[in-house]
Design a protein around this ligand. Structure first.
Ligand code: NDP
Ligand code: PYC
Length: 343
């Protein structure tokens, strides 16, 4: 059966849950926006499913629900830095975005570094906030050690998401966003809850043997996507999105938290690039040339990444977002009981 919510009603309900748990408006608002966007775009692994983990992290005292992120001084540099002050990454991103965009338009490229944040969300909302401003974007962050490097059997790298976006004037942007593990950890948890086996090639058990059992996978190690290639990209994200920005790597995050049941605490790197500035003085309009590439991809019958998501978004905006009875009951419980609802 389930229940249908408008996007704005669901967002208000999610924000009320976080407010009831003691979070300020800056934190609860940003979290409600990103979680509702996940449900709206049919990205279940980063939708309402994530509320429980955020509340658990709050209850464990590992994130500050009243934090006020602060923009660090550094006038004129290509690096914009926001101290998340121990709060969630999303409000810190929202704070740094206007300065990032202004500097990327001015300098051709700029980076937003978010330090000391708890991060659990999909990256595409941040990518789209940048492509909406006519800029290309790359976003990455570590996670906690849950992925074995290719050739190894023990968790070391994170599921380390990487996202890219290219603006398409007058159309939805080109965006991809994925874990550098075969699948996001959230997908393994969703398989566990549904009692479904994992596809082959996703994970190893604690003794290093391939497994399709979600429980054994959660206790063992996930695998990088694309073998040694995903393993190297995951490592790059540890270097750029953790070491280079002076924040925790995935193994350090796991040491700090001691568990993967709480949302990870680390930093995030966001790059914004101006196609016009990079193409200046060269033949051809970069946006028009990009369209030729997209048309050629689609001309072969392939779809562009995010097309499924944009179609889901259009559907949700028209007919609303359907949540299952179990999901609605959980939201009601969180709203009624606040942090007491968390074991
Ligand atoms: P998926 O493998 O589900 O999808 C990744 C991307 O590939 C999407 O952009 C998707 O577009 C696109 N895609 C899928 N199938 C096709 C296809 N046939 N043709 C073209 N494009 C396609 O992603 P993951 O499970 O790896 O990651 C899911 C989410 O988890 C991401 O948003 C990621 O940011 C998040 N995550 C967050 C982490 C964190 O620490 N914060 C850690 C790990 C993951 P579409 O959406 O339209 O299907
Ligand atoms: O799904 O892998 C994941 C994940 C880790 C942290 C947030 N999402």
């Amino acid at each position: 059966m389930g229940q249908i919510f408008s996007v704005s009603d669901l967002q208000a309900r999610v924000q009320a849950i976080f407010s009831r748990a003691g979070m300020n408006d800056v934190q609860s608002g940003a979290l409600a926006r990103v979680i509702t966007a996940g449900e709206r775009d049919a990205c279940k692994s980063h939708g309402v499913f994530r509320i429980e983990g955020a509340l658990r992290t709050l209850k464990a005292g590992k994130v500050d629900g009243t934090a006020l992120p602060a923009l660090k001084p550094g006038e004129g540099s290509a690096i914009v830095r926001v101290d998340a002050a121990g709060g969630f990454a999303n409000p810190a991103f929202e704070l740094g975005l206007p300065e990032l965009v202004a500097r990327a338009h001015d300098l051709g490229l700029a980076a937003l570094v978010v330090n000391d944040c708890t991060h659990f969300s999909a990256l595409w909302p941040e990518v789209e906030a940048i492509t909406d401003q006519g800029l290309a974007a790359m976003v990455m962050c570590p996670s906690y050690a849950t992925v074995a490097p290719t050739g190894g059997i023990r968790p070391l790298l994170g599921t380390n998401p990487f996202a890219f976006g290219w603006p398409r004037p007058g159309r939805d942007p080109y965006v991809f966003d994925f874990a550098t593990s075969v699948a996001a950890r959230g997908e393994i948890e969703l398989h566990r809850r549904a009692g479904k086996p994992l596809p082959d090639g996703w994970a190893l058990d604690a003794s290093g043997q391939p497994t399709t059992d979600p429980e054994a996978a959660l206790a063992g190690a996930m695998l990088p996507f694309g073998g040694h290639k995903g393993s190297a990209i995951g490592t790059m994200i540890e270097l750029l999105g953790a070491v280079m920005i002076g924040d925790l790597t995935s193994p350090e995050v796991l040491d700090f938290l001691g568990t993967t049941t709480l949302a990870p605490f680390h930093g995030e790197l966001i790059l914004a690039l101006s196609p016009q500035k990079f193409a200046a003085g060269r033949a051809g309009d970069p946006f028009a040339r990009a369209e030729l590439l997209f048309e050629a991809i689609k001309g072969q019958g392939a779809r562009l990444p995010s097309e499924r998501r944009f179609a889901a978004r259009a559907r949700s905006q028209e007919v609303g977002i359907e949540l299952s009875d179990a999901e609605v009951a959980q939201l009601d419980r969180f709203l009624a009981q606040g942090l007491d609802a968390i074991a």
